[in-house]
Design a protein around this ligand. Structure first.
Ligand code: ADP
Ligand code: TPP
Ligand code: MG
Length: 329
């Protein structure tokens, strides 16, 4: 019998200790880029430290849970990390904030290998590089299912709220709606491929630049996570108004193609499919802002009339019914 160290079972995926994993995470998140100017202290101490900012701070948290927001068997760990980070950053975009830094709390199931964790962190890093803000700390723990909880901190002179839209305002969108829901269904079906729809689901983009460009002229804003009708509903109820959407403005050739592949109505996907993380804003002439498309208008709230109307090309307007994603129904 050898009295040397036990040989590692090379067939089993490698799972290093907590502290070895934190070292790897730190390397993957920091290598190749200097510490951002606003970061006084990043990964490695009891908490991160940021330099003071002379503006209101905007602060949000969001989670991505395996089986609820993604399925690890249908999505790479890299995509899961990227997407979770973008979904959190999207709430900063919706507030018209510039991101300062993020924190991530990871729950890892026992079997998740070092390679899987590294892929996940590479996805987080790619999202951070895209939005231009670093991930500067977090937490690691073992748990039954994989989850990624991300907090994002940003700053803006005037947070863009949900409750400022007024009758007469235009409604405008930055980014597609409906494609991500089509992408999710395609991934679940495992059949035909529509690259744009799959990318919309796996690699959404937080519309940070659009949010910054909208904050001067827009009266209100929200990001579309649960579905356009559902999230527009939050904005108009908060603002005490009604809205009319222009059906033609929501449909693109790409959405029509993807909808055909999954056997869905493209308008239904555009109105009720979630997780594109498009940015919806209301304000005078917001449709002319760079990166935005006009999709409708705001009207005075009248008791007893539908909250959201959909105007079709022939000029008819119908009430929007049906609902977006809800975690508890
Ligand atoms: N567990 C909670 N504790 C406190 N506030 C919460 C909680 N969950 C949601 N909220 C608040 O409710 C509001 C709506 O949340 P949500 O619909 O999740 O927003 P979003 O879709 O932008 O992520 C937000 O202001 C959020 O901070
Ligand atoms: C496996 C799987 N099933 C269903 C969905 C659809 N889905 C899950 S959460 C969600 C809405 C957005 O997530 P939420 O946590 O509500 O984001 P928030 O509104 O808090 O930003 C949708 C459309 C999915 N992404 N993955
Ligand atoms: Mg939001």
């Amino acid at each position: 019998m050898s009295d040397g160290p036990p040989e590692r079972d090379t067939s089993a995926p490698r799972t290093s200790s907590e502290f070895a994993r934190i070292d790897v995470i730190r390397r993957l998140l920091t290598e190749g880029s200097p510490l951002a100017a606003q970061v006084l202290l990043g990964i490695g101490d009891d908490a991160a430290a940021l330099a003071p900012v002379d503006e209101p701070l905007v602060w949000t948290v969001d989670c991505a849970v395996d089986g609820v927001h993604f399925r690890h068997d249908l999505m790479s760990f890299e995509d899961a990390g990227y997407r979770a980070t973008m979904a959190a950053a999207s709430d900063l975009a919706a507030m018209g904030a510039r991101p300062l830094g993020l924190l991530a709390s990871l729950i890892l199931p026992r079997g998740l290998s070092d390679a899987d964790l590294e892929a996940l962190v590479r996805g987080q890093r790619a999202a951070c590089d895209t939005i231009g803000a670093p991930l500067i700390g977090g937490n690691l723990a073992r748990g039954r299912e994989l989850s990624i909880t991300t907090t994002a901190l940003g700053a803006t002179p005037r947070p863009l709220r949900r409750d400022g839209a007024r009758p007469g305002d235009e409604l405008a969108l930055a980014g597609p709606v409906g494609l991500a829901a089509a992408g999710l269904r395609l991934a679940q079906q495992g059949g035909p491929v529509h690259a744009e729809a799959l990318a919309a689901f796996r690699r959404p983009l937080a519309r940070i630049e659009a949010g910054l460009s909208a904050r001067e002229g827009a009266h209100a804003g929200i990001d579309i996570s649960d579905g356009l009708a559902s999230d527009l509903g939050h904005l108009i109820r908060a603002s005490g108004i009604r809205a009319e959407l222009d059906a033609a403005a929501l449909l693109t050739d790409s959405l029509r193609e993807a909808a055909t592949l999954v056997g869905a109505d493209p308008l239904d996907l555009a109105l009720h499919g979630g997780e594109d993380y498009a940015l919806l804003v209301a304000g005078p002439s917001v449709g002319a802002l760079p990166g935005f498309t006009r999709i409708g208008r705001c009207m005075a709230g009248t008791p007893g009339t539908p909250e959201i109307l959909l105007a079709s090309a022939d000029g008819r307007a119908t009430a929007v019914t049906g609902r977006g994603f809800d975690h508890f129904t």
